[in-house]
Design a protein around this ligand. Structure first.
Ligand SMILES: NC(=O)c1ccc[n+]([C@@H]2O[C@H](COP(=O)([O-])OP(=O)(O)OC[C@H]3O[C@@H](n4cnc5c(N)ncnc54)[C@H](O)[C@@H]3O)[C@@H](O)[C@H]2O)c1
Ligand SMILES: [Zn+2]
Length: 453
């Protein structure tokens, strides 16, 4: 009571594009009287019975939805048992805040402050028992729903944070192993089964590396792959987890900014083949993503810049300033809403069609993804009729020296021009839109502006 769960539930449902059910409101609508009146007329025991039934009906639905439970629902052992089928987020609140909100609400159990405080204490344990995650704000709810745990210093609690109790195979690249391998191993304790070192960087995203990893893994189905590193590590280890024994669970501990706001979130895993980047892979959602910003303290400036480009992209999509946690929550919500990339998840490609064309024209050498994305954002904003100030101030993009014809050819290969138009992600007046048709000549003009004479 007074935790803000109805408000946050409604917001979460909106962000996830799922139906929202406020259980108290549903019970009131059904009974035709208020909860207070129901309590008065039928007594608490009878009210709990009605509530139990309502939870059962709500959770029997097949459509994924967001449900806000009544504050006392968890006092029923039956309800607690039913809740094991759901993913439960506890909206954390301190007793003073809860009381300040609940007093004067007319709720039967919020009339006397001492009784309210006692109840809060009594129920605390039951909440902890049913909760899969704890969240203090809407971003926390969205992150929790996606299995993302945000905590500074979390690497030292990996043993508890990696779901399950089975063995763990720890995977990291050579650099990250040197920096954080020992700490991760120590935190995993007795669960640590094997440790696997990958080459650093894009080199790891090769089928030979995955093949070696497959052969070295010794996990059974209860085991978990833990990927500690940047996007290359999480892509490869996640792909190995998706395929080993036809799929074992995995957890991601991203150590780069790109990893924390982008690569470790959303369940896309994969490797490169000579024909192109990320052409082989699988959707395999991590059982847990552990976001520990302290790991970024050792990240070189060059790598920070890569992540900043994705962070600015996410801010433009969200239409507001976001920190690492906020950007992660934004992507998490989009990916939950559209796990297989058929709809709004494609917004995340803002600026990326241009970026890929520039990278391809450079033969994937000499132009980093971050620089290419920064330039791509300029083009996408200009075609959207938007100001490019934020991108210029934060990312300072400078034109790249590549062959114009080659870049244009790559762009057309990526986005087949249909009837003289290309389809791009642009920013509209009421938010981002995907598949917006843009005349080829406009696209080519903007692409040319990104290339140094
Ligand atoms: N799956 C997805 O949804 C998704 C999304 C975006 C990007 N990606 C992929 O991610 C890859 C890029 O990821 P990245 O930019 O994280 O690169 P990366 O994994 O290659 O890491 C960059 C470099 O930083 C080093 N490093 C990592 N963490 C460090 C730390 N804390 N301190 C010091 N050094 C550290 C690494 O050893 C490496 O040399 C690309 O292959 C891209 O395709 C995937
Ligand atoms: Zn990108």
């Amino acid at each position: 009571m007074g935790s803000g769960k109805s408000t946050r539930g409604r917001m979460a449902a909106e962000r996830l594009e799922r139906p929202f059910l406020d259980l108290d409101a549903a019970i009131e609508a059904r009974a035709g009287i208020s909860i207070a009146e129901l309590f008065e007329a039928r007594g608490e025991a009878e009210f709990r019975r009605i509530e139990e039934h309502a939870v059962r009906v709500a959770l029997a639905g097949t459509e994924p939805s967001v449900i806000a439970l009544g504050g006392g629902a968890v006092t029923s052992a039956d309800t607690r048992a039913i809740l094991s089928k759901a993913f439960v987020v506890l909206c954390d609140v301190d007793v003073d805040t809860a009381w300040a909100r609940a007093r004067g609400s007319g709720r039967p159990l919020a009339r006397d402050e001492d009784a309210f405080r006692r109840l809060f204490e009594e129920r605390r344990e039951l909440y902890a028992e049913v909760a899969d995650e704890v969240a203090g704000d809407i971003e926390g709810v969205l992150l929790a729903a996606a299995g993302v745990h945000y905590e500074r210093g979390a690497i030292d609690r990996l043993g508890e944070l990696v779901p399950g109790a089975g063995a763990v195979a720890l995977v990291a690249d050579a650099n990250v192993m040197k920096l954080y391998g020992a700490r991760a191993q120590q935190a995993l304790g007795a669960r640590l089964h094997t440790t696997h070192e990958l080459p650093a960087g894009e080199e790891a995203k090769h089928v030979d590396v995955v093949s070696e990893l497959w052969s070295a893994l010794r996990l059974d189905r209860d085991g978990t792959v833990v990927a500690l590193g940047g996007g290359c590590t999480t892509d490869v280890a996640g792909f190995a987890a998706a395929t080993y024994l036809r799929g074992v669970p995995w957890a991601a501990v991203p150590t780069t900014l790109v990893g924390q706001v982008d690569a470790a979130i959303g369940g896309k895993t994969g490797i490169d083949i000579p024909e192109g980047k990320n052409l082989v892979g699988a959707f395999h959602w991590p059982a847990r993503v552990v976001l520990d910003e302290t790991l970024l303290e050792t990240l070189p400036e060059r790598e920070q810049r890569q992540g900043r480009a994705e962070l600015v992209k996410t801010r433009l999509l969200a239409g507001q300033a976001l920190d690492v946690r906020g950007a992660a929550a934004y992507k998490a919500a989009l990916c939950l809403r559209d796990p297989y990339d058929r709809g709004p998840r494609r917004w995340l490609n803002l600026g990326h069609t241009f970026a890929h064309a520039l990278e391809a024209a450079a033969g994937y050498e000499g132009v980093t993804h971050g620089r290419a994305v920064a330039l791509g954002l300029l083009a996408a904003l200009r075609l959207s009729g938007r100001d490019v100030g934020q991108v210029e101030e934060i990312l300072h993009p400078t034109p790249v020296k590549v062959d114009r014809g080659r870049a244009w050819a790559a762009m057309q290969r990526d986005k087949k021009a249909v009837g003289g138009e290309l389809r791009l992600v642009l920013l509209g007046d009421d938010g981002p839109r995907w598949d917006v048709p843009v005349p080829a000549e406009d696209v080519r003009r903007e692409l040319d502006r990104l290339i140094a004479a």
